[in-house]
Design a binder for this molecule. Structure first.
Ligand code: SAM
Length: 289
């Protein structure tokens, strides 16, 4: 006798039920996210869904999927549900200890890698390392580079250490809990920093995924968004080696002011790099050689 089926018994039926719920919660990519959730909860690949969409799910699998779906319906970011995210084509662990790494930050990674000296590069810093994605990408791409990765959040640094181990870079990424560069002795060949830059007044208007789930201290940069960057800008030339550079991620409309801050901090040859949306996203300043 075939077992009676209820909606949600098979992968494809459960995806439809979840997609409906997510759409009702205002989630735009409801169907795609429902698929991700069911795959993660049931250990299925994309191919499994194509080849065996009618495969029956166990009770435990259905329960796991519906639990994840209700978290998503409350607008928790997908990477927090899955516990992982891709950054610069590499897999990383992610948790609410840190923000979800953004595609814009890949522009910062690219800008730094494109300018870092390939031969004599010894020491760099990732200020406000969060989950450690930038530090790991730098260590993976630049042979022998050591990275001082700082953060004020002890929880973020636990995650950063896990990611450094995942990428077999724990011996070259030194995670340090401190304010900005206060515990880092230079000279640094270069540094990257994706520090908080959201204006306090803009915070409540952010998407619920960000506003309600990501750590506010990682995002809120004060009245004009530049409180933390401003404090860093006066420390840069004292920490950089001659001919070294600092590359900072900034928010929309902040590049000119950050360029001025870097110049006032003693850096020159300022460059600005736009992201794929055409927004000036990375400001780079050099210490004269
Ligand atoms: C926008 S998140 C960036 C995280 C990660 N670098 C990334 O790009 O995904 C900013 C990080 O800076 C850290 N942070 C904020 N103020 C800091 C400070 N004064 N010194 C060091 N880290 C700080 C936060 O805890 C947070 O992890």
């Amino acid at each position: 006798m075939p077992r009676p089926r209820s909606p949600g018994t098979t992968a494809s039926a459960l995806i439809s039920v979840i997609a409906k719920g997510l759409a009702a919660a205002g989630i735009e990519q409801a169907r795609a996210e429902a698929e991700l959730i069911v795959r993660a909860a049931c250990g299925l690949t994309a191919e499994d869904l194509i080849l065996r969409p009618e495969a029956e799910l166990t009770c435990a699998e259905r329960e796991r999927a519906t639990t994840l779906a209700s978290r998503r319906a409350r607008r928790e970011p997908v990477p927090y549900l899955l516990g992982r995210v891709e950054f610069y084509s590499l897999p990383f662990l992610v948790s609410s200890a840190s923000i979800v790494p953004r595609p814009e930050t890949e522009i910062l990674a690219e800008a730094a890698l494109g300018r870092a000296p390939r031969t004599r590069c010894r020491l760099a810093a990732d200020v406000g390392t969060g989950s450690g994605v930038l530090a790991c990408v730098l260590a993976r791409h630049l042979d022998g580079l050591r990275v001082a990765a700082t953060d004020i959040s002890a929880h973020a640094l636990i995650l950063a250490r896990q990611n450094a181990r995942l990428h077999r870079a724990a011996d070259r990424v030194l995670n340090v809990r401190c304010d900005l560069l206060s515990a880092v002795a230079g000279p640094l060949d270069f540094l990257v920093a994706n520090l908080p830059y959201v204006r306090t007044g803009d915070f409540e208007g952010l998407q619920p995924e960000i506003r309600d789930f990501e750590p506010r201290r990682a995002l809120d940069g004060g009245a004009d968004g530049l409180d933390v960057i401003r404090r860093l800008s006066v420390q840069l030339s004292g920490h950089l080696a001659k001919g070294g550079f600092a590359a900072l991620e900034v928010g929309a409309g902040q590049a000119t002011e950050v360029a001025n801050l870097l110049e006032r901090g003693g850096l020159g040859s300022i460059e600005v790099v736009a992201d794929y949306a055409g927004i000036d996203r990375v400001v780079i300043g050099w210490r004269r050689g």
